[in-house]
Design a protein around this ligand. Structure first.
Ligand SMILES: [Zn+2]
Length: 411
């Protein structure tokens, strides 16, 4: 790879996507020897010295994160169900010396997680909320990354058609990105509190499946009339962000999800969509995307005009919009934010990665590079600092959204 210092991170992450780990081709299983691909970097332009050992270490962790996420997303649900996803989380936890918190099945119901439980209760493998927590001394803020982990989305009783269901193994792309990024971020020395929250469920069909018209009580305390069981991601994420706020005390909550097919219409195949209550973080996401290769473009954030799409006569809200021609990707994100409350003083960032989670038939590991870059300043690593939104001098004057965020929690 011949590139400038500023493009090393993005180039390495792009290369990682070209070598996916998952395959069930019989020719691959017959091959006993492991294939090794050696990548050399030649730096040109400014700072064109030899690549530092610390840089190589950072690239190794980042690319392993990208490939881990892509492997999980490429694996079909017959193998990557909620049980096996939990094993992946435990395995990463073990590498990092962290025991995950896991709330599962009937315990979800008992503790009020009506979103995750309601979506996953019809499946053979029960739903789960899992959390990996990193709480170093000297942390100045608490960040939660909340990932949508729908290991398969049939649509539930509002079932998808035969042409729209294939590929729904990828509906766990947000949770996979959070796992890959968390592993790499901690390995690179994350200085703040960081919680990875995984909302895992299979949206299945069965006698116990949620029906349209059912009303669920979510962890936020708000009630939701289900008018579309295929709008399930926002239900599990609503519980995830509420938990991050109420139980983890997070100041900054970022959720990442393959949330809406409409995201591809709004921002296309290459750019994720960002929806946030902070103009600074919106700009930071766009900037981080350009530096790491996981591109991002903003959606309109306007709860005062859009949230009425969810009006219900019998509950606090419905889970799907009245008018699908009225910025549906923005509205879907607003549903999640409404469970924090639109007056919540913390920073909320929503990334819809439905289209860029894959390129053709293969997962991209989208989101891993983006989270590492966006929160690059929480590490001492020079490369992550370089690709962070505050990573070059021109950017510093544009506002201080890094470690000294002015928007803090009140409680
Ligand atoms: Zn769905």
């Amino acid at each position: 790879m011949v590139c400038e210092q500023a493009d090393v991170f993005a180039s390495a992450c792009a290369l990682a996507r070209a070598f996916p780990l998952f395959t069930h081709r019989s020719s691959a299983s017959r091959r006993t020897e492991k294939k090794t691909v050696t990548v050399e970097f030649f730096l040109v332009g400014q700072d064109n010295g030899p690549v530092e050992v610390s840089t190589l270490q950072c690239l190794a962790n980042a690319t392993e994160g990208v490939r881990l996420a892509a492997r999980i997303v490429d694996t079909p649900c017959s193998e990557m169900n909620t049980d096996t996803f939990l094993e992946e989380i435990k395995k990463v936890g073990k590498e990092l010396g962290i025991v995950p918190t896991i709330i599962r099945d009937e315990e979800l119901k008992a503790r009020g997680f009506g979103g995750i439980y309601g979506v996953g209760k019809a499946a053979l493998h029960p739903p789960a909320l899992a959390v990996l927590s990193h709480t170093p001394d000297g942390a100045t803020q608490t960040i939660a990354w909340v990932g949508k982990g729908i290991v398969y989305d049939t649509g539930g009783l509002s079932i998808k058609g035969k042409t729209t269901m294939p590929g729904m193994k990828r509906d766990c792309g947000g949770a996979a990105a959070v796992l890959g990024a968390f592993r790499a971020a901690i390995m690179q020395g994350f200085k703040d509190n960081l919680h990875a929250v995984f909302c895992l469920a299979e949206n299945s069909v069965g006698p116990n499946a949620t029906r349209p018209d059912d009303i669920h009580l979510l962890y936020s305390g708000k009630t939701v009339e289900i008018n579309n069981t295929d709008a399930e991601g926002r239900l599990v994420l609503a519980d995830g962000v509420s938990y991050a706020c109420k139980d983890l005390g997070a100041d900054i909550i970022l959720d990442v999800a393959t949330l809406t097919g409409a995201q591809g219409i709004a921002t296309g195949k290459y750019h994720a969509a960002v929806l946030t209550n902070s103009a600074e973080w919106e700009a930071a996401c766009v900037k981080a995307g350009r530096k790491c290769g996981d591109l991002v473009h903003p959606l309109v954030y306007c709860p005062e005009l859009h949230f009425s799409e969810f009006t219900s006569a019998v509950a606090d809200m419905k889970n799907s919009v009245a008018d699908r021609d009225n910025s549906p990707s923005s509205c879907a994100g607003l549903f999640i934010a409404s469970h924090l409350g639109f007056d919540w003083p913390g920073v909320w960032v929503h990334l819809d990665i439905a289209a860029p989670v894959h390129a053709g038939e293969r997962a991209t590991g989208f989101g891993v590079a983006l989270l590492l870059a966006l929160f690059g300043r929480a590490s001492e690593d020079p490369l992550l600092n370089l690709v962070s939104p505050l990573g070059c001098e021109v950017d510093v004057q544009e506002g201080d959204m890094g470690r000294d965020s002015k928007r803090r929690k009140l409680v």
